[in-house]
Design a protein around this ligand. Sequence first.
Ligand SMILES: Cc1cc2nc3c(=O)[nH]c(=O)nc-3n(C[C@H](O)[C@H](O)[C@H](O)COP(=O)(O)O)c2cc1C
Length: 401
Amino acid sequence: MTQSFTPEQFRQVLGQYPTGVVVVTAVIPGESPAALTIGSFSSVSLEPPLVAFYPSIGSKTWPKIQAQGRFCVNILGADHEALCRVFASKAADKFDGVTWHPSPGGSPIVDGAVAWIDCEVDDVQTLGDHFLVVGRVNALETASRDLPLLFFRGGYGRFLHSSLAASESALAGFLPVVEAVRAELESVADECGTECNLAAHTRDEFIVLAGAGSQASPQAGAPTRVGRRLPYLAPIGTTLAAWGDNSDVKRWAASIDSESGDGPSQWHDVLSLVRRRGYVIGRGEMPYAAMEEAIDNRRSELADPTLLGALSEVRKTMLDQPSLDTPDEAYDVRSLSVPIFLADGRVVQMGLYGLQTVMSNETVRFCIQRLLEASRRCTALLGGSLPDDFPRPIEPDASDR
Ligand SMILES: Cc1cc2nc3c(=O)[nH]c(=O)nc-3n(C[C@H](O)[C@H](O)[C@H](O)COP(=O)(O)O)c2cc1C
């Protein structure tokens, strides 16, 4: 059968298929290392562990790598567009200015790569104008929590959870916020040793915009909470409600459990305490475990009855904010959050989630201080301003209650 398309059509149609971007590297004795950008990478087999990619027959770099018999595949992060371009160039020294460290097999792991896969050459076949290279995997690791770089229709991009993309009109304004605070989110997660999330609300929903730290990391194997959507009802998003506008807060507080008797007036006291202190504490292993289970098992609707029941238990812990005035006391803290004030007056919240069952007073205070510092830093970074009465980052004491 004769071919019914032009090379341009071939490229254009195949360009509809998005790929990740890797850099295949090797150390070359007596020269600087060799590397080339590859979009045609894929996993092949688990037993034995094999991966593959297709370098062009015209590549000057591939024969050098092949001669070493080993290589390292570096998965590039979403911010690595410039690196991707350098490694796709014909530059004599593609590693000029690039920092790296050796893989177990000695090949370069580019600093900041999302993950690396250390291989030896298992098989090379010629297929048309490309080689098929099969690599046998000897070692591999996820190295960072960054999102990977994607290549699609000739342009670069990044992965966006469909749940975020779905309500893009409501959330679009928050995406630059995520970018701006990502580094701070990661340091807070590292320093406090747990997951740190950024969340915002729309009229009816509380949405986790970004996450860093253990649960959110790919190493943990647990599904990320990024993209999670919950009803914006008390106690979800207490930090947002504390600095939210009045009509929103009425709806938020009047909602969850009409039989509980609490409503705007009871929440009024909690929200003003939160405004004085600058943070919210959520406690109790059981209520949080039940809430997580209800979220995992809920049917599609946002306000699933089991979830509302579980939220009502979490609510009780929020209504009773501990004073932190007894130094040798321990707390079963599950969440801690602070507001970040945006230039346009909106508020997002940064929060630690999944903390230890028993936290000493000192650890809780450390995490609160770190979060308050992050709140100031991110607010300044985003051109927002803290309310005049927003607490300085000092130790909370009994007089706060
Ligand atoms: C996003 C992207 C994906 C690429 N994927 C491949 C690929 O799968 N195979 C390939 O041979 N070249 C691919 N290239 C082009 C090579 O990186 C480039 O031709 C090569 O680095 C040229 O240098 P060399 O002659 O030193 O090998 C890709 C380039 C980019 C920007």
